[in-house]
Design a protein around this ligand. Structure first.
Ligand SMILES: Nc1ncnc2c1ncn2[C@@H]1O[C@H](COP(=O)(O)OP(=O)(O)OP(=O)(O)O)[C@@H](O)[C@H]1O
Ligand SMILES: [Mg+2]
Length: 335
């Protein structure tokens, strides 16, 4: 298979194309804050030490993790990503460490874990803040010893996978709450990268929006001046992912060569005041109504993805599904 030669950035020396990303998924970094982050990423890349990537949801933590890997000496080896929050603890343990034959009902044969799959490469543990405490102890042991033991087996064997983890939570706060082991925290946070929220790097907004528009199947020339103005002034609580969804929305609705303000999602082209029920007096709605509104807003910002919305809301997918089903008269979300 023909491999495209990566071009490195003249400012930071990084290769902006990461493996596994499509041709257009270049890392946009026009803002000083992102330039600084990429420089730091390039300094961390050659090391084998763990890296913790912190930042609000949708800021681009996985993009940074892939860039780190693509610029490391491990670039030719696998980048294996696992979302810690998506699996129950027991399943996650056997996913990470593998299992022996007959380790549990249904384990017909032995299976390699993701630590082994990522050997020589990078193991990306996304949403590490959600990892159950017993598994944290096992992860710590694997990091300290450089060895893993498959579930249901006695022997350990060496693995050489670089650990990169990410969380949208404040890990120090998780430690204070007793939800994250302090010793593991110290081990993981030696090299830390903070991905800034989009509202703190306005210079990236339009380049990102244009790149996302270019990825759409429909050929559109760009955004109207009013749409650009709105994209620049919106606070983007869902960060780059929310911007990406807004651009998709705009591209789907555009009737001319440009995406106009009216084509963007409702919460953008309405005035901020209209987005709230009534700011004239105190908001005295009951909790269920506020919850419903928030859930539907997050779901919209996630382009309708219930998995994504559940993760951002910090609830299980089933819980979200049940709640949506309860919102009678709104079949759109309950299906
Ligand atoms: N700097 C960037 N350049 C180009 N695309 C980006 C950039 N940052 C983020 N994206 C795109 O935005 C989307 C969200 O990014 P990503 O999944 O890396 O965010 P995240 O911080 O891991 O989000 P979450 O906290 O929800 O897991 C992806 O589609 C990604 O390709
Ligand atoms: Mg992520």
């Amino acid at each position: 298979m023909e491999r495209e030669l990566p071009h490195s950035c003249s400012v930071c020396g990084l290769v902006p194309l990461a493996p596994g990303l499509r041709r257009h998924d270049r890392v946009i970094a026009e803002s000083p804050a992102m330039q600084e982050l990429l420089k730091r990423t390039s300094r961390f890349a050659p090391s084998d030490a763990p890296v913790a990537i912190l930042g609000e949801t949708g800021t681009g933590k996985e993009v940074v993790a892939r860039t780190l890997h693509a610029n490391s000496l491990r670039a030719g080896k696998p980048f294996v990503a696992v979302n810690v929050a998506a699996l129950p603890a027991e399943l996650l343990e056997s996913e990470l460490f593998g299992h022996g034959k007959g380790a549990f009902t249904g384990a017909a044969g032995p299976r390699r874990g993701l630590f082994e799959e990522a050997s020589g490469g990078t193991l990306f543990l996304d949403e590490i803040g959600e990892m159950a405490l017993p598994l944290q102890a096992k992860l710590l042991r694997a990091l300290q010893d450089g060895e893993v033991r498959r579930v249901g087996e006695n022997r350990s064997f060496a693995v050489d996978s670089r650990i990169v983890c990410a969380t949208h939570r404040d890990p120090a706060e998780r430690v204070r709450q007793g939800l994250f082991r302090e010793d593991l925290y110290f081990r993981l946070k030696v090299l830390t990268l903070h991905v800034p929220p989009l509202r703190e790097r306005r210079e990236d907004v339009l380049p990102l929006a244009r790149q996302f528009l270019g990825e759409e199947r429909r050929h559109l020339e760009g955004f109207s001046p009013e749409a650009e103005k709105k994209l620049l002034s919106h606070p983007w609580p869902g960060n780059v992912r929310e911007l990406q969804n807004a651009v998709r929305h705009g591209a789907a609705l555009a009737s001319g060569p440009l995406v106009t303000l009216e084509d963007l999602p409702e919460e953008l082209h309405r005035g901020a005041a209209d987005a709230r029920p009534s700011l004239a007096g105190p908001d005295l709605r009951c909790l269920a109504d506020v919850e419903r509104e928030h859930i539907l807003r997050v779901l919209d910002a996630c382009g309708g993805s219930q998995t994504e919305a559940a993760r951002i809301l910090g609830i299980g997918r089933n819980t979200l599904w049940r709640k949506l089903r309860g919102y009678s008269g709104d079949d759109r979300h309950a299906s």
